[in-house]
Design a protein around this ligand. Structure first.
Ligand code: BGC
Length: 392
């Protein structure tokens, strides 16, 4: 693409995202704690002011973070006021710096008491989620700018119930419809609960969107498989919740080139070119963001990029990654998609779930061996220029 200046819409939001278990530290009451301990993580629980100062220095005006359910509701019948006060302090610290807040209610972690009852596949999960949502909304809503009910329901479902990598580590296809339905119900109930407390609240989900294309565009079966894949990953959940969404949150990391393999089970394979990959070995494919955004246009809702980022220890590819994705995002905006903000994943290095601390997504480097010393990476300064100028 050419070297012209690309302006973004007025009041565009620029920032980065984190989630509780990945950064806070000291969480020992959730379903991840025992098998995948994150220890003190990045000690965000105590150091959030320091991190927000860095975000401010990087010209960011929005911050996405999540609430840790196991802190706020450590037992079924008990809400912990001290922890609510803690999250109020975080929200006030953002307000003080004029950084808008996007608060995720559920980002992959459940309190132990709930996971022991079956968690997501307990038929009462939507009620538990509704009551938790109602409580946090009553306590925090005056300080919150955007609510995200559930982070990446389809990823939760596939990694937790099909691949068995994330808690509850099931490989049980039969449970997936129940979990899916529970997510839909939980979102709807939460949406209504938040709106009953504040009719002006902005409530959405953050879903993982993938751009799939056919390995062989002349193969009819291959093209059908791609349609199915794009529908299931990008549109299936939305079909049920879009009426109950004030905005669409897009997490974009993936492109899949799907190959039909008639002679080998399960007859499909992902076969990417992988010319450029991240440290996670994920193919870097910025144009996919454009296709995903264009597809979102039909829903006619504001869109926020709630996550987009790269694991890149050497910080050699990060800025190009950001710039290229923003270039394609800009093209989608020019073509009428109502994108209103971009949140890079992640503000700083953190606990990358079952990959541990080795994968470095951060704009800010964390030195785990040196008392969590935080150092801004070169790419972050370059991204900060875009945030400051609202142009690329
Ligand atoms: C999740 C984050 C995760 C990131 C990178 C997203 O799917 O929401 O929690 O760290 O991807 O894997």
């Amino acid at each position: 693409m050419s070297q012209k200046i690309r302006k973004f819409p007025k009041d565009f939001l620029w920032g980065a995202a984190v989630s509780s278990y990945q950064v806070e530290g000291g969480i020992d009451h959730c379903d991840w704690s025992e098998k995948f301990p994150a220890g003190r993580a990045c000690d965000y629980y105590h150091k959030y002011e320091e991190y927000f100062d860095l975000a401010k220095e990087l010209n960011q005006n929005v911050h996405r973070f999540s609430l840790e359910w196991s802190r706020i509701q450590p037992n079924e019948g008990k809400f912990d006021r001290k922890e609510i006060e803690h999250y109020r302090k975080i929200l006030r610290a953002l307000k003080k710096r004029r950084i808008k807040s996007m608060v995720t209610i559920l980002h992959f972690t459940l309190p132990i008491w709930l996971s022991e009852k079956g968690g997501l596949h307990n038929a009462r999960f939507p009620d538990y989620f509704e009551s938790f949502t109602r409580f946090v909304t009553e306590e925090l809503d005056d300080l919150v700018d955007f609510w995200v009910t559930i982070n990446e329901p389809m990823v939760y479902l596939s990694l937790g119930y099909i691949e068995g990598r994330f808690p509850p580590q099931k490989k049980n296809l039969f449970l997936t419809p129940l979990v899916f339905i529970n997510f839909v119900k939980a979102h709807k109930k939460a949406y209504k609960a938040i709106h009953s407390i504040n009719s002006n609240a902005k409530v959405g989900t953050a879903q993982n969107y993938c751009f799939s294309e056919a390995y062989n565009k002349r193969s009819f079966v291959n093209m059908i498989l791609v349609k199915i894949s794009n529908f299931i990953t990008n549109n299936f959940f939305s079909k049920f919740v879009i009426k109950y969404s004030d905005f669409i949150g897009v997490n974009y990391y993936f492109h899949n080139r799907i190959k039909f393999t008639p002679f080998s089970f399960p007859f499909v394979k992902i076969d990417n070119e992988n010319k450029k990959v991240s440290d996670m070995n994920w193919e870097i494919f910025p144009k996919g963001l454009y296709f995903v955004l264009k597809d979102m246009k039909k829903y006619n809702k504001p869109v926020y990029i709630t996550e987009n980022g790269i694991a890149d220890t050497k910080d050699e590819k990060r800025f190009e990654f950001i710039k290229d994705h923003l270039t394609w995002m800009h093209k989608a905006i020019k073509e009428g998609v109502d994108v209103r903000g971009y949140m890079y994943w992640s503000l700083f290095d953190n606990f990358e779930w079952d990959s541990g601390f080795a994968k470095k997504f951060g704009l800010i480097e964390i030195d785990y061996k040196n008392n969590l010393k935080a150092e801004i990476r070169r790419s972050a300064y370059d991204y900060a220029e875009i945030c400051k100028n609202n142009s690329l």
